[in-house]
Design a protein around this ligand. Structure first.
Ligand code: ARG
Length: 262
């Protein structure tokens, strides 16, 4: 696995754009650093290649690199952030991709928040809407990437990005928190995916679906004990990771990680 991360040097709660964020519940910088270092260490132990984006003062959410785009088939769909507070991040991600040698970049017309709302399972892209990504952006993804996009409707504002309620586990398996989705969306997942793990309220509230898997190892926010057991039953090795400082911002393991597929 090849992933992009950004150190939490300037990470804090400077605005409130989701139900988890409260300016009067600030980040403890030393603890955030410790948790982020811990996550990076797990990835290194797994032999994953971690690339880094330079932190920028005034862009506290730049740590959430999952929102920095969607990389598929060497093509990059850049983000179009819904909230002005995050729109300054787009240029930072664009520059990073250009310097890294990606030449086929697309800027969507509609709101689109990268891997936060677009998760790749085999050759299917599951895409979330409506909280942060507009449904018409899904068509832009399908056209630019020449891929099948399955739209999933999120119905609970606490689970405002797809990656807060949906995990790609392996080639036969995804995990999801049913209460975060419309019934029709859950049915479309079951139609395609042979094995669908359902997370409990406790798992979901611990951000347990905000996990990263390579199909054999899965890194999961600690506290999501039920879903971790399901992953172990499948034969995966589970790596619990504390992320409480990032959850103050509505983020977790997956949000801190952009997968650079080539
Ligand atoms: N504070 C950030 C926001 O609300 C958190 C982003 C979490 N990222 C994710 N991929 N779910 O935009």
């Amino acid at each position: 696995m090849n992933v992009l991360m950004c150190a939490p040097d300037f990470f804090d709660i400077e605005y409130e754009i989701n139900p988890w964020m409260h300016e009067d519940n600030p980040v403890v910088p030393s603890k955030a650093r410790e948790q982020w270092d811990g996550l990076r260490r797990i990835y290194s132990q797994l032999g994953w290649n971690v690339q880094l984006l330079e932190p920028v003062q005034g862009l506290p959410d730049l740590v959430f690199t999952a929102n920095g785009g969607l990389v598929y088939d060497n093509k990059v769909v850049l983000p179009h952030f819904r909230h002005p507070d995050r729109q300054g991040e787009t240029e930072k991600f664009r520059k990073w991709f250009e310097n890294a040698g990606y030449t086929n970049l697309y800027s969507p017309k509609y709101d689109f928040e990268g891997e936060g709302d677009a998760l790749i399972w085999n050759d299917v892209i599951f895409a979330g809407y409506p909280w942060r990504t507009d449904k018409p952006a899904h068509k832009e993804l399908a056209d630019f990437l020449d891929a099948t996009v399955v739209s999933l409707q999120l119905i609970d504002p606490r689970f405002y990005h797809l990656d807060t309620a949906f995990t790609i586990v392996d080639k036969d398996t995804v995990a999801l928190y049913p209460k975060a989705f419309s019934e029709e969306s859950i049915a479309s997942v079951h139609n395609l995916v042979p094995n669908v793990i359902e997370a409990t309220d406790q798992d979901a509230l611990a951000y347990g679906l905000n996990a990263v898997s390579d199909g054999k190892h899965i890194v999961v926010p600690e506290g999501a004990t039920h879903v971790m057991d399901r992953f172990r039953e499948l034969g995966l090795e589970v790596f619990p990771c504390p992320i409480s400082e990032f959850q103050k911002s509505g983020g977790g393991v997956k949000c801190l990680t952009l997968e650079l597929r080539s």
